[in-house]
Write a protein that binds this ligand. Sequence first.
Ligand SMILES: [Fe+2]
Length: 323
Amino acid sequence: MAHHGALVSGFHHLTLSTDGAQEDFDFYTKTLGLYSVKRTVLFDGTIPVYHLYYGSRNGDASTIITTFPFRKPGVYGRRGTNQSRTIMQTIPVGAADYWVDRLNARGVPATKGSRFGLTRVMFHHPCGIPHELVENPADVRAPIVNTAQGTTSQTAIKGIYGGGIAVYDLASMDEFLTHGMGLSQEAKTEDALMFSVPDTMGPHSVVEILLDNKSPQGTWMLAGGTIHHMALNTVTEENQIKLKAQLEGMGFTDVSEQKDRNYFKSMYVRSPGGALFEIAWTVPEGWAKDEAPDAIGTTLVFPPWFEDRRAELMEGLEQASFA
Ligand SMILES: [Fe+2]
């Protein structure tokens, strides 16, 4: 099946539902040394839940991890198969031992391992979601150095490496990722497939499909302790619309309408392996839409259409200092 040229360039962000807001903030900014990029609320539904964004100081696409801390509403899900399983970020080659030591010293049990020939540090978010820091020699991005948190150009996280998706059946995702999203299968083992994501800086991020035909079906709803979706970066609206058409032409007729995420515009599609994908592009104003460019992620901000709900949201949100 023919498909167009690459309509995505790397990841835009990865999104997971976690537990406590302060715990989540401390994990990403202090333990992992990312910067707070935006602090707002879940735009969908009616329950007040924070939406926290972390990444590089400027919030570059492909560095962004976003979370919905669900402790206050107390909604938790089940990790399982047919669901995204692992958050993966890139570290410089040679930095794995540093991270094993750093994480263990901070009470986050971490071990060194390997998959598809790449050394990785394996550990868990406090809410239980598996994370990996992967030494990827093909990643040319600058490390996100955070001197306040003690990371250096030799050790700091560079951004998203990718996501692992647990599936009941490996073959189910091949057509979707290859012909639908335009990714290319680079490696295959008995129990995993690896797809590289096209990128204008040269491919350096992946989607890994991990066979798990034993676990129960994982939760798809927004629920603490589970990954909700992975967003690929279409860079432009034109590419997003073309990609929607490409997916629909394959019979994936449930690509959502475009949703306004204030800082970017998104569409969503459920993959045959169960994981939810997003295709997104950043609007020109980006993170500086509602905070000064040198102070993004330092205040709680609401989209213009939520200003009338400010008091109710403030009342309903979990208490946290974000310091
Ligand atoms: Fe998203």
